[in-house]
Design a protein around this ligand. Structure first.
Ligand code: ASP
Length: 349
């Protein structure tokens, strides 16, 4: 995984007064307005993914092709949280979730999929070749194989192996066993507050607008590390981890999937943009909704939303500091630190 600190971060940040407050409030919007085409994606892995998406977008390709090609790069890499090398479930199996959505409400997804390298492409086939939206588990794998996707062996990355071995030492098999001491896992059962105070979730969610002004999105993940076998998060659920409405905008999510699902996160963000909120303001409102629902437990989870509207305005908001997203258009390519509900300074203890 790319080391986040090696990159110069963008400056979508808070005022000094807000930094001193317990939480970020009423910040002036400093959202990025981009031209089209544009692609944005979650976390630092988004930098490499955006490049692949840009290859498509810069040649007047379709946003749908861009968001598939883009996240395939992450699925191919040895990322902690995406693809066959990622953190396994509690029983040692890597199970993958992915979804894709185009500019006409066509959508497809797969969940609890094993031994397939590119779940995002299987999700696209579900969208294009079946009358359904979602296939799961053995059925999704059977469909993938019938479509010509090879059955692979899972190849845990060295980091994932170590993280799993570490988790096995305690292997608390009772959800939700929040283990904030575990610095390597991620997700509900090992949310991994890193020593730096950052939260380690690395699902890749990507949304793009092509040169025709059309939007599409994709989202792919191995889900929460050391999750219960069969657990499915928000990423493959249309309206939770991903939503696109070509008249309004698009949104994707990362973080604790259960809490994204319970507020229909990405759909809710898009609906708020429809009512006139900017992408950042819409993301913030839904983060606030989760914060309210979770009460004290909000300290234990991270959730972040990333959105773009039809005007090419980009914004994000997270519960905790540490979330960043990658953006690429014809003039810039960078990582941007997201604003967050918890104070970035106070939160790092
Ligand atoms: N949202 C993903 C899930 O809950 C995890 C993540 O973003 O890290 O499956």
């Amino acid at each position: 995984m790319i080391n986040r600190r090696k990159f110069i971060h963008g400056s979508a940040f808070t005022s000094f007064a807000a930094l001193l407050a317990n939480k970020v409030q009423a910040m002036p919007s400093q959202e990025i307005v981009t031209g089209k085409p544009v692609v944005i994606s979650t976390w630092d892995a988004g930098l490499a993914a955006n490049k692949a998406a840009w290859d498509v977008l810069s040649k007047n390709g379709k946003a749908l092709d861009a968001v598939e090609k883009g996240v395939m790069v992450t699925e191919d890499s040895q990322n902690c949280c995406v693809g066959l090398g990622a953190n396994p479930d509690r029983d040692g199996f890597v199970t993958l979730d992915a979804s894709i959505m185009d500019d006409k409400f066509n959508c497809g997804s797969v969940a609890f999929l094993e031994r397939i390298k590119h779940p995002i492409s299987v999700a696209r086939r579900v969208m294009e070749k079946t009358p359904h939206v979602m296939l799961v588990g053995a059925g999704a794998q059977q469909f993938a194989v019938a479509e010509g996707f090879p059955l692979e062996e899972q190849k845990l990355s060295e980091d994932a192996k170590k993280a799993y071995e570490n988790w096995l030492k305690k292997s608390e098999y009772k959800p939700p066993a929040i283990n904030v001491e575990n610095k390597q896992g991620h997700g509900p059962f090992a949310p991994a507050k890193l020593e730096s105070g950052e939260w380690n979730h690395d699902t890749i969610g990507m949304v793009a607008m092509d040169s025709f002004g059309n939007l599409s999105g994709s989202c792919t993940t191995s889900g929460a590390g050391f999750k219960m076998r069969g657990r499915v998060g928000d990423s493959p659920i249309i309206g939770a981890g991903l939503f696109v409405d070509n008249e309004v905008g698009a949104c994707t999510a990362t973080g604790q999937g259960e809490d994204v699902i319970r507020v229909a996160g990405s759909h809710s963000v898009v609906e708020l943009m429809r009512q006139g909120l900017s992408p950042e303001a819409a993301c913030k409102k839904i983060v606030e909704r989760i914060v309210k629902i979770k009460g004290d437990k909000v300290k234990e989870i991270q959730v972040a939303f990333l959105a773009v509207n039809k005007q090419g305005q980009v914004g994000s908001f997270a519960i905790h500091p540490g979330f960043e997203y990658a953006i690429k258009n014809s003039t810039e390519e960078k990582l941007v630190k997201s604003k967050s509900w918890f104070n970035p300074v106070k939160n790092i203890q």
